[in-house]
Design a protein around this ligand. Structure first.
Ligand SMILES: NC(=O)c1ccc[n+]([C@@H]2O[C@H](COP(=O)([O-])OP(=O)(O)OC[C@H]3O[C@@H](n4cnc5c(N)ncnc54)[C@H](O)[C@@H]3O)[C@@H](O)[C@H]2O)c1
Ligand SMILES: [Zn+2]
Length: 1521
């Protein structure tokens, strides 16, 4: 083994090298000789390397001496089970393996752990060697000797320590490893560096592109060093007592996450987030050096690893999962505290839950603690930090900078400077940053991108600096918000001076391409009325212009102090700026001389928050590092405090603020033009001045173009708390609300949106010191300027930080169970008694996979029947007990439960407060009052209302309305319970975001254009063939009346189960309704509240307002739409629009132009292709052209094409086509792609499904194929599902349950039945497998025709024979049909018990004793030849046997003879197949033709030799065209 380097690891060697594979067998013969090598690998590795492995062994082994056998398991964690272990063992035993055999594990951690465990127990332990093929396996799992398998109870719970003989770490394997898997392993490498080896960590920081590019030298170093770290740590602590625990860094929290997020999140990804969170815990405990966290974060990001919990992952759930960690001692959670890079102490330490929650939750609530007293240092000023960094970078010589702010902004600046070729390094000893100046010569390399995220100062400052290089060009870009921030004035000024800067997107905003032209110098004229940063930008780079610069400022100069700050800093770097007139600045071109050391003063804006905390709580706070001599304008914030009544004492470098006991803050009128950054701090103070007083902040107009429109944002967020604010053009008027707790905060937390603006978060943190229940939704945004803000609030100011329970309750959880969230918030139901809370709630719970609790039931369990209780103890006592029950339920069932409340809970203020404070979604079931009255009058089991029902309703209604977050109206007279149940279940799915159906390609929605749906007769047939229905709210007769709109939604739900798209098309987007901002958002929120499946959101409205409505929605599909009354001008225009709409909460992007020529369609199509090819976005798009000339675009659009219907009075948009027209055109134009479908299972040779589906395809004119795949191997199924063109399959035995792990989503029926019979591809780009079950329809449809609804609802017993998968579908169908007495007979009682549990049926040993039987369903296989006791047939039940060969089973013969109505398997097959055909094609399906064709074929098959059945539909079938 030459070229290989060996890491010695006590008893065995780890050989690290490249290209080792061919030599492994001969090396084995020398070091681990064996007569038999049993290679264990997985299918992926086998397909890549299997042949080479075989070849290598063939060459090395003498056939007579040694043998090699090979076994491949399916890839992935699902294979790491006892079952797979058994399979491997059986295979080995079957191949004559014995004690002398050596197992060779070739694969990742799964193969290694599994094969190692087999080796540990096979014949009491045999030898094994490991050939790791993933990064994770190389650096982690192959070292240390741990082996094992997963069990349903948890990962790695069963296993053994068993060391390999040898490990061959062949780095060449990494070349085929997917990048995500590579980075997954890198998390462990970064961990190794962070806890033990600072040099490794620094290497990773500096060389991330080399490492990710698998540069041979870099990767060798990285793998070897990581192995060495693990070996060293393990060797020092083999028994896992102390030091070895440090390997667990990031894993305590990481494992908690993994329990919730696997398999969609990989181990390393969870560990990455875990490391960040655990490091934050150490920082909060004061143990972590401040800059360390930033380094850790940057390093993880450089390897594409996540750094925060996904928003949909609940912190409480993670913490609860952590408790299950076996490494915890005595229930206390333990964690590794990182000290600094390379040092994680010597073991784990205790950590409290509330600390973990605080760190992990995205939001927090400050708990007021009386007066705030304390003193602290605040982090360095952001403005100074970035200026100093850039000056030092441009200057001559080395500069050591201390008290630099470690924040997003400076991080972005530092990495940009590094990209520009400037050396910036950390000095760990002194916590300083060392910058080596380039003396005015940054390097621009073509195509270099500076990605500046949303860092404003860095972007502005660097824009001028990037002109300095000679030659080349630099691109400056940022996130979406950055691309909205103006920069035109600066660019204009520079271009006038001979620079070459181009806008790459929107005129006037980044991204920019900046050519390295140098700065000419001389006169530069600049508008100074928007941002002083433009002025500073030019000033900072001016010393390197070719000739001295004279800057002339035009307009009113904003933020003068910032300009002064720049000027005085430049002086400290040796450049004296002259100012002959207030608007003229003269800069010599002498360049900077760097001071050796520079200490940055504390940030004055940051200081404003602790100072304001003193003011707002009548306390006292001293801030060091900011005082009289401060360069920062914002240091004058204390003048405002003084004006408001505080006493302020300043020294040269400290500021103390006190509001003496007994005094109150008073309202003031202030011009904050010079201290703009602190206006928000002032605003929250002003909100607490006495009622009746009014404060005014003026001259801050530029705050509208900061991180967000801060003036609007403050007005909105203070407004949420009931503080009246009036927006002024250049400021804000704030009406004092007094110090007492505002009313809205009495009832529980109010969410404050932070708009990703640190200052909003911190300002409301100040207010939180006085008022409880202010929930700041995004605590992390303070990282921008004050990363340790919350730590300081807790540590130094003695405040307590609380995380409100279930804070996630209203946060968005996208996707479905595949998304991996196994725990989600509960859902509370309120509404009148008799509204259906119990019936609907129970069904919804089953649909969501939730528990169901009924508070009335809980009550009765404790106190006996309610009527008796009330009679005995009175209503008051009842309400009190009810409240206690509610409190308990909300506390104990905050997750995964549907909680149905008694109708009267809303009558007690205490209960209302509990509900509001619970932060859970609350759905109001609003059945029409007339229907409730009718229902209650018929029911005598419950106590009567003390007042008439209608009056009670009127009294409660406002409470229902106010308390509910969602509203489910039921149309008057709607009594179809099964249908309403299905609609309600889906509604709940949208509310809690479980199981939201992925969109499918080739889909459409019908735009309804009616003014009032109650006038429409046959709504259900109009929507029969579409995927979604759009309610155009603006076209309704009463488009702004919430009750009317809710009524329309109820009507729509009553007539169809299709998803609803709620669209308010405003006049400015071509709709019918002229709306102002409030009007629009009221309607939009109504759509969300009504739980509509999809919501159309017009891009043209205020983006922060849109975000505040949409971001909290969970299952609602957001369609972001834009309409233009003109054609698109250029492909790039579309690309930019698409990108601009691609916000995190957006699911579908819709862009509509208006065509004037047909060629406009071609341009749009080109744009679509570009978006796909370049993966500009991967979300579904709707790209359309209105107008007659644009029709073609409706044919080429593939996802959610809006359509009309021939029976509708008008179209919603000019040029709209019917779905039928669209399909016909697609066919005619050859736009239908070939697709293949299969039936998978065994036996399938005699299945009529091919005939049925081919007939369907032919009828619809589709060029699609449908083939049989007779197999029992999952490998075959997987490979067919993954094959090119595969679109769907009928799934039969034995796969109905075993395909479930492959699915990304299942429909509600399949989920309840626990099996699928239909798989189709869907999701954006058809990348997901979706599962459905139509078997139950096959039973429901024939029975519906045979048994009218009345007979079903009456008593009468049903008998089900068998308890397998089909029996489950049958029980589900029976439940759906409303049968209540269902009995199951089965030979294996356990299976029948499962049915009882899941469907409320009863298991019996024998049917003998059953009388009054109305229906018998046999699901037994034909081989069982079942019959029933003759007595059962006396009541002439309907008899259904699901067997289709033979046609007449013994049971059917028997029933037929007894004169019963009978159904056979073919009836079921056809009915379920037609439903399946709908799922395959999503086109109109002609039931009758399919029925006839299949029956003919079936008859022919039975008559003829059953083995030569004819699958092909006869040629006579006419095309739809
Ligand atoms: N024993 C230990 O001390 C220890 C330590 C850490 C992790 N683990 C275990 O390791 C497992 C995870 O290991 P993993 O991340 O290697 O997962 P893995 O074994 O599932 O491999 C990940 C994926 O990459 C594929 N793959 C492997 N090598 C490839 C190659 N060269 N080219 C292309 N594809 C390749 C695999 O088929 C698989 O799909 C977990 O079960 C975990 O519990 C064990
Ligand atoms: Zn790990």
């Amino acid at each position: 083994m030459d070229a290989a380097s060996v890491v010695v690891c006590t008893s065995y060697d780890i050989i690290v090298g490249r290209g080792l594979l061919p030599d492994i067998p001969s090396d084995l013969l020398t070091y681990v000789p064996a007569p038999m090598y049993a290679v264990v690998t997985d299918e992926t590795v086998d397909s890549l390397y299997g042949a080479r492995i075989t070849e290598a062994f063939r060459e090395a082994l003498h056939p007579t001496d040694s043998k090699m056998i090979k076994f491949a398991i399916p890839p992935g964690e699902e294979s790491k089970t006892r079952e797979t272990k058994e399979q491997i063992e059986d295979w080995m035993l079957g191949n004559g393996c014995d004690r002398s055999t050596c197992i060779v594990a070739v694969g990742g951690g799964v193969v290694g752990d599994l094969a190692g465990f087999v080796a540990a127990t096979f014949m009491r332990g045999i030898r094994f060697v490991h050939v790791p093929t993933t990064m994770l396996a190389m650096v982690d799992s192959s070292i240390g000797g741990k082996t094992g398998v997963d069990t349903p109870a948890g990962k790695n719970l069963v296993g053994a320590f068993h060391r390999p003989q040898r490990v061959y770490t062949d780095l060449s394997f990494l070349h085929t490893l997917p990048e995500r898997e590579f980075c997954n392993g890198m998390a462990e490498v970064i961990k190794a560096g962070a806890i033990y080896n600072a040099e490794l960590f620094e290497f990773l920081e500096r060389n991330h592109s080399k490492v990710r590019g698998l540069d041979p030298e870099a990767i060798t170093y990285v793998v070897r060093t990581s192995i060495a770290v693990k070996v060293a740590v393990v060797l020092q602590d083999e028994k896992e007592k102390g030091l070895r625990a440090i390997l667990n860094f990031g894993h305590s929290i990481g494992h908690g996450m993994e329990a919730l997020l696997a398999p969609s999140w990989l181990h390393g990804e969870c560990v990455a987030v875990g490391m960040v969170a655990e490091a934050e815990v150490s920082r909060a405990a004061g143990k972590l050096a401040p800059d360390t966290l930033n380094r850790l974060i940057s390093c993880l990001q450089a390897y594409m690893l996540p750094i925060s919990l996904p928003r949909d992952c609940d912190a409480h759930a993670v913490v609860r999962r952590m408790a299950a960690d076996k490494k915890n001692q005595g229930g206390v959670k333990r964690m590794v505290y990182l000290r600094h890079i390379g040092n994680a102490g010597t073991g784990a330490e205790d950590v409290e839950d509330h600390m973990l929650l605080r760190i992990l939750s995205p939001g927090l609530t400050v708990v007021p603690h009386g007066r705030v007293h304390g003193s602290l240092m605040v982090p360095g000023s952001k403005s100074l930090s970035n200026r100093v960094l850039l000056m030092a970078a441009l200057g001559r010589g080395k500069c050591r900078i201390s008290n630099l702010l470690h924040s997003e902004d400076t991080k972005v600046m530092i990495s940009s400077l590094q990209t520009l070729g400037i050396s910036v390094s950390h000095d760990r000893e002194t916590h300083t940053l060392v910058v080596e100046g380039c003396d005015g010569k940054p390097s621009a390399v073509d195509k270099k991108q500076l990605f500046l995220s949303n860092a404003g100062t860095a972007t502005r400052f660097l824009t001028t600096a990037c002109v300095l290089p000679s030659g080349g060009s630099t691109i400056i870009s940022g996130d979406a918000r950055m691309h909205e921030r103006p920069i035109r004035d600066l660019v204009d000024a520079l271009c006038d001076n001979g620079c070459d800067i181009t806008y790459l997107d929107e005129e006037g905003c980044p991204p920019l391409r900046i050519a390295g032209t140098g700065l000419r110098g001389g006169d530069i004229t600049l508008a100074a009325s928007v941002s002083s940063q433009y002025v500073s930008s030019i000033l900072i780079s001016a010393p390197y212009a070719q000739s001295p610069v004279r800057v002339r400022l035009q307009g009113d100069i904003v933020s003068q102090p910032y300009i002064d700050m720049t000027v005085s800093l430049m002086r400290q770097f040796g450049v004296e700026v002259a100012r002959p007139a207030p608007n003229v600045l003269e800069i010599p071109n002498t360049g900077y001389t760097n001071p050796q050391d520079f200490t940055i003063e504390g940030d004055a804006s940051s200081a404003s928050y602790p100072l304001a905390m003193a003011a707002i709580t009548n306390g006292s706070v001293t801030v060091h590092g900011v005082g009289k001599n401060s360069l920062q304008g914002d240091a004058r914030f204390c003048d405002v405090l003084e004006k408001m009544g505080c006493s302020v004492t300043q020294t040269a470098d400290s500021t103390r603020v006190e509001l003496p006991h007994g005094t109150r803050l008073r309202a003031v009128d202030v011009d904050m033009g010079n201290i703009t950054d602190t206006f928000m701090t002032a605003a929250v103070l002003m909100a607490t001045t006495p009622v009746g007083s009014v404060s005014r902040i003026t001259n801050i107009a530029n705050q509208r173009v900061k991180e967000c429109n801060r003036i609007h944002a403050m007005a909105t967020e203070l407004g949420r708390l009931g503080v009246k604010c009036v927006e002024l053009d250049d400021g804000l008027e704030i009406h004092g609300a007094g110090r007492d707790l505002p009313h809205v905060l009495h009832d529980g937390c109010v969410d404050i949106h932070c708009y990703n603006d640190h200052r909003i978060a911190m300002s409301f943190g100040v207010l939180g010191c006085l008022w409880k229940n202010i929930h700041i939704t995004d605590k992390a945004c303070t990282a921008k300027t004050y990363p340790t803000f919350w730590d300081d609030v807790v540590r130094l100011l003695g405040n307590e930080m609380a995380v409100a329970p279930g804070v996630h309750a209203r946060m968005r959880v996208r996707g479905s169970f595949h998304h991996g969230i196994k725990e989600a918030s509960s859902l509370v139901l309120i509404g009148m008694r008799g509204a259906g809370k119990t019936t609907l709630g129970r069904a919804a719970a089953a649909y969501l996979g939730y528990d169901f609790i009924d508070l009335d039931d809980l009550f009765e369990e404790k106190h006996g029947p309610i009527p008796a209780f009330i009679e005995e103890r009175g209503w008051d006592e009842f309400r009190q007990q009810e409240q206690a029950a509610l409190e308990e339920a909300l506390e104990q069932h905050a997750y995964n439960t549907v909680v149905s409340c008694g109708g009267g809970v809303v009558e007690t203020p205490a209960c209302r407060e509990l509900l509001a404070g619970s932060r859970l979604p609350i759905a109001w079931i609003d059945r029409h009052i007339d229907d409730i009255v009718a229902y209650l009058e018929a029911d005598t089991t419950r106590p009567g209302y003390t007042s008439p029902v209608v009056a009670v309703y009127q009294q409660r209604r406002p409470h229902y309305e106010a308390l509910s977050t969602h509203w489910f109206p039921i149309a008057r007279g709607n009594s179809d319970i099964a249908h309403t149940t299905a609609c309600f279940s889906r509604f709940c799915g949208v509310v809690v975001a479980k199981h939201v159906a992925p969109l499918r390609d080739d889909s459409c929605f019908l735009s309804l254009t009616f003014g009032d749906l109650s006038t429409i007769k046959d709504l259900s047939s109009l929507v029969a063939d579409v995927d979604m229905v759009e309610l155009r709210v603006d076209l309704l007769d009463q488009p702004t009346d919430a009750a009317f709109i809710a009524g329309q939604i109820a009507l729509l739900r009553a007539s169809t189960a299709k998803p609803i798209l709620f669209t308010v098309r405003s006049a400015k987007q071509g709709g019918k309704l002229a709306l102002d901002e409030d009007g629009y958002f009221n309607l939009l929120s109504l759509g969300a509240r009504l739980g509509c499946d999809a919501l159309d959101v017009e891009t043209c409205w205020d983006s922060s307002h849109i975000e505040s409505v949409c971001a909290p929605l969970r299952g609602t599909t957001i369609v972001m739409s834009q309409h233009f009354g003109r054609p698109c001008t250029h492909v790039d225009e579309v690309l930019t629009l698409v990108q601009g709409s691609n916000l995190p909460f957006v699911d579908v992007i819709k862009i509509v132009f208006t065509a004037t020529e047909v060629s406009d369609c071609f341009l749009l199509q080109q744009a679509r292709e570009r978006v796909h090819a370049e993966k500009v976005v991967t979300k579904p798009m709707i790209l359309l052209l209105m107008g007659e000339q644009g029709r073609l675009s409706r044919v080429t659009n593939t996802m959610l094409t809006p359509v009309t219907h021939a029976n509708m009075p008008g179209t919603a948009a000019p040029g709209q086509l019917t779905w039928e027209q669209v399909l016909r055109l697609r066919r005619t134009l050859g736009l239908l792609r070939p697709r293949s479908f299969f039936i998978v299972g065994s036996p399938v040779a005699l299945s009529p499904s091919p005939l049925m589906h081919r007939t369907g395809f032919r009828l619809a004119g589709l060029p699609w194929t449908y083939e049989r795949l007779d197999t029992t191997s999952m490998v075959d199924v997987r490979s067919v599902f993954a094959s090119e063109g595969f679109m769907g399959a009928s799934v039969t035995m034995p796969f109905k349950q075993s395909v479930l792990p492959l699915l990304a989503w299942m429909d509600e029926h399949a989920r309840r039945i626990g099996a699928v019979n239909t798989v189709v591809r869907g999701g954006a780009g058809n990348t997901q497998l979706l599962g459905f079950n139509t078997d139950w329809v096959g039973i429901v449809k024939p029975l519906q025709s045979a048994m009218p609804a009345e007979t079903r609802e009456r008593t009468g017993n049903v008998l089900v024979l068998g308890a397998g998968g089909t029996a489950r579908a049958a029980c589900y169908a029976l439940h759906y049909l409303g049968f209540t007495s269902v009995y199951v007979v089965n030979r294996t009682p356990e299976r029948a018990e499962a049915l009882c549990r899941d469907f409320g049926v009863r298991a019996i040993d024998s049917a003998e004793a059953l009388d009054d039987v109305v229906l018998i369903i046999s699901t037994l296989p034909p081989t069982a030849a079942a019959t029933v006791p003759a007595t059962l047939l006396q009541s002439k039940p309907v008899v259904f046997d699901v067997t289709y060969i033979p046609r007449m089973t013994p049971l059917l013969e028997q029933a037929h003879a007894a004169g019963c109505r009978i159904f056979g398997g073919i009836d079921m097959l056809i009915a379920q197949g037609i439903e399946q055909q709908r799922l395959f094609t999503r086109r109109h399906v002609d039931d009758a033709v399919i029925d006839t064709t299949v029956r003919q074929g079936y008859r022919k098959m039975l008559e003829a030799d059953p083995h030569v059945i004819d699958d092909n539909p006869s040629e006579e079938l006419t095309f739809l065209v």
